[in-house]
Design a protein around this ligand. Sequence first.
Ligand code: GRG
Length: 300
Amino acid sequence: MNEQALDFKAWTNDMQARMELALDAHLPTATISPMRLHEAMRYATLGGGKRVRALLAYAAGEFCGAELEKIDIPAASVEIIHAFSLVHDDLPCMDDDDLRRGKPTTHKQYGDALALLVGDALQSLAFQLISQEKLLKSATQKLQMLHILALASGSRGMAGGQAIDIESIGIPLTRAELEHMHIQKTGALIRAAALLGAYSADDPEEEKVKAVDHFAKAIGLAFQVVDDILDAEADTQTLGKTAGKDKLNNKSTYVTILGLSAAKQLASELHANAMAALSFYGREADLLRHLANFITQRSF
Ligand code: GRG
């Protein structure tokens, strides 16, 4: 590993640990009532996951000049919404999965009804944390973040993408339809993570925010293309979730539509698009560049 790659590995480890601490501190403790709900919220959120969305928020925030302390809550809020989506996605009425992040899914551990409530409560918590964060300069800054997060999670974002996903089981999608679904289901929250990071800076340069947005759109889609490739190629133990689920559920993916080799080519084109968004910038964009590599070269 070269020196730069080593630095990035250390930064990733530091930011993942930082996110774990922030989440631990802001999730309700399991010693206060309703204890089992709080325990299950912590089970669903802590101790797992790559924290890609938090890493994106930190990298975009640093690029735009935000102090790390100001990025903690926006980044944690996105990770909390993400954890919520995973809990609901795994329910029997959705993807019906038993394994997530290498451990039993929340409904397997706590039952369907509590898992539903875990998702509901996590969603509210994400918005609560931003609304009450004292380090964010102004009400306008908070409102902007809340607006971005609400749009990314709602019917024109993640929830909408999931609805299209469910409706299309067993129905072959065109490439354009698949792209539209993934832009909403996965891309919207990844984009929101980067934008929340950027807006954690008090007065981010407009051109930098635009570059972050362009970067995040491309890397969000690349993330999903790689997710499809891993679902087809990797094993359950490496993924920490059931491999081969898309085929089992008869879902259209970039692999079923394009084939493995063209899907890999597409991931590398999207990676190049993301890099192009940063071409005007020097070392200050290196964390974002490394994240693009991390997202496209990951094995889980
Ligand atoms: C959350 C508003 C809201 C609605 C719920 C269930 C649902 C509607 C949406 C599902 C969205 C979903 C599960 C998209 C898949 C995204 C994806 C590829 C998840 C895996 O992300 P990783 O690899 O997971 O970043 P880790 O475990 O590393 O965090």
